[in-house]
Design a binder for this molecule. Structure first.
Ligand code: 0O2
Length: 274
């Protein structure tokens, strides 16, 4: 295939990856803006390189014409979660979305690969709009914990280095490391509530501070400047105490003052109500 044709062929996959990254990033944003714990920690994506496509076709004994039909991971999205429990949440989110249809799911967490590889894969149909009209493509979404991702990234590099023939003594070490990751994920799950509480408090604090600053900024435009400067000094005092309860109380009082001027910081309002 000529370079230009490869480009034409891969462009819609590139668009799909970009769109999906944006959509999953937006899900993260929505969770954070509402002060909700987000099961997605990180999202990335890539279009498979031409050489990697050719290698896979060769490995699977396939012709070029079969790649669209037979290769599931020309477009790939990777979602990293903090905890194993989050993976099921992300899977549910994807199953219920109207803009992607699940074709297949591969649970390499319950059914770990012999290599030690653990990850949850979903193959979805996703539609993009191109100059030639709508095009539905297959996208592989890999969902895994940070620990699983660490292991598979290292193992993938070794597979590349040793051309799939990793020496036995390294394989053994990788198997031990895979077992250690299982233990690590389990231990982290046991303190999940503690960690989530801490992270939620941090997020709530950050949202409140942003909202307070926005309100103060709005008040500057409509209220007596000296009064607003006093409020700002009070805010710094409360802020330095590093006490969430006090910050929440300050925020509520500020809201009452701002209401009189219709000067509330509305941008981050949603988190309080849910
Ligand atoms: P790359 O370089 O990441 O793109 P199948 O048709 O189902 O028999 P397929 O299509 O390889 O086989 O599906 P599978 O087994 O679900 O693997 C899809 C992708 O998962 C792989 O793509 C890897 O990214 C990842 N993966 C699967 N097994 C392993 C493993 O043992 N170690 C690591 N590190 N990753 C794995 P590619 O094209 O193989 O690689």
């Amino acid at each position: 295939m000529k370079i230009q044709l490869w480009r034409e062929f891969l462009d819609p996959y590139d668009l799909a990856v970009k769109e999906l990254i944006t959509k999953f990033e937006h899900l993260k944003y929505e969770h954070k803006a509402r002060g909700l714990y987000c099961p997605i920690e990180e999202v990335s994506g890539r279009v498979k390189s031409v050489s990697s496509i050719l290698d896979k076709l060769k490995k699977k004994n396939l012709e070029l014409e079969q790649m669209e039909q037979e290769l599931d991971d020309i477009a790939g999205i990777r979602i990293i979660c903090q905890f194993v429990e989050d993976i099921e949440k992300v899977v549910s989110i994807i199953r219920f979305r109207a803009d992607m249809a699940v074709r297949e799911e591969k649970d390499y967490i319950t059914n770990e690969k012999t290599s030690g590889y653990r990850s949850y894969h979903m193959i979805v149909d996703y539609q993009v709009q191109t100059l030639n009209g709508p095009k539905t493509l297959k996208v592989e979404i890999q969902i895994r914990t940070m620990g699983m991702n660490f292991w598979s990234t290292i193992e993938h590099s070794l597979q590349y280095k040793y051309k799939q023939n990793i020496p036995d003594h390294i394989k053994e070490k990788l198997c031990n490391a895979a077992d250690a990751i299982v233990v690590l994920d389990r231990e982290m799950s046991e303190v999940r509530n503690e960690i989530m509480d801490a992270q939620n408090s941090m997020q709530i604090r950050a949202n409140i501070v942003t909202e307070i600053l926005l309100t103060i900024q709005n008040l500057y435009a409509v209220a007596n400047k000296r009064d607003v400067a006093k409020i700002q000094d009070e805010f710094y005092e409360v802020y330095e105490k590093d006490n969430l309860e006090k910050l929440i109380r300050f925020h509520k009082n500020l809201d009452i003052i701002a209401e009189g001027y219709k000067a509330q910081g509305i941008e981050f309002k949603v988190w309080q109500n849910d």
